[in-house]
Design a protein around this ligand. Structure first.
Ligand SMILES: [Zn+2]
Length: 241
């Protein structure tokens, strides 16, 4: 009996220690992402950081049975909306020429789709449902960076944003301009889980000329750096909540 108790305490301690190590890797990545946003991260350093975090996530994932490894079909990132809410015509709001992740907040292009909600008076409340609009995870994954800090005097363009890594297809998704976020780095999220509510945070998104929307991007790792790709077809074929 005593041996059994000893064994279980060992198990608890060792998993506890691991959990702590895991979280610290995510926090490190979150700090690194903030450094990128503020400028001044070298490419070699970025590649090393991404390599570390991806390795870490795959290690955690091997121990986790909660990730659905067979599902690559997305869920549309806004509850109650579908692909006809995507701005532009046939997804032409997306253009990535000249974009580099390492340029941080000063980046060019628009490697994203803006998905608009019904909010004529810009109070972040849906005109039809009279409720905030839920931002949901498009697939199972891990929150690798986010911020719940933003003020209207900030020049940060993403506002309150979230980065999620999806181990199944090795894709990153990015959700910007949120009003409130409900996740933190190191958290595992399930497909369809509410991660935020649509908002108007961000240098341009806050301005009156900007209709309320979610800014949504998808990235793949190329040479250890996140490179955007156009997720329009995936969004069109996504299931809806
Ligand atoms: Zn946008």
């Amino acid at each position: 009996m005593q041996k059994l108790i000893l064994f279980f305490s060992f198990l608890l301690i060792s998993t506890g220690v691991l959990a702590q190590a895991d979280t610290s890797a995510f926090v490190k990545f979150n700090d690194f992402n903030n450094a990128v946003l503020n400028g001044g991260v070298k490419k070699a350093e970025a590649q090393k950081q991404f390599e570390t975090i991806i390795k870490e996530i795959h290690l955690i994932e091997m121990r986790s049975s909660r990730i659905n490894r067979s599902n690559t079909q997305w869920l549309f990132p806004l509850k109650g909306y579908k692909s006809n809410a995507i701005g532009g015509t046939h997804g032409n709001g997306y253009f990535d020429k000249g974009y580099r992740y390492l340029d941080g907040n000063k980046h060019g292009a628009h490697p994203a789709h803006d998905i608009f909600i019904n909010d004529r008076n810009q109070d972040c409340i849906d005109d039809r449902t009279k409720k905030p609009v839920d931002v949901i995870a498009v697939n199972d994954g891990w929150v690798i960076a986010c911020t719940n800090q933003w003020s209207s005097t900030s020049d940060m363009r993403g506002g309150k944003f979230i980065w999620i890594y999806h181990p199944v297809d090795k894709v990153f998704t990015y959700y910007a301009h949120n009003n409130t976020i409900f996740v933190s780095p190191g958290m595992q999220v399930k497909q369809g889980q509410k991660i935020a509510e649509v908002g108007r945070t961000g240098y341009n998104a806050y301005k009156k000329r900007s209709p309320t929307h979610l800014h949504f991007s998808a990235f793949k790792l190329v040479d250890g750096i996140p490179v955007p790709y156009n997720p329009y077809e995936q969004l069109k074929q996504a299931k809806t909540l």
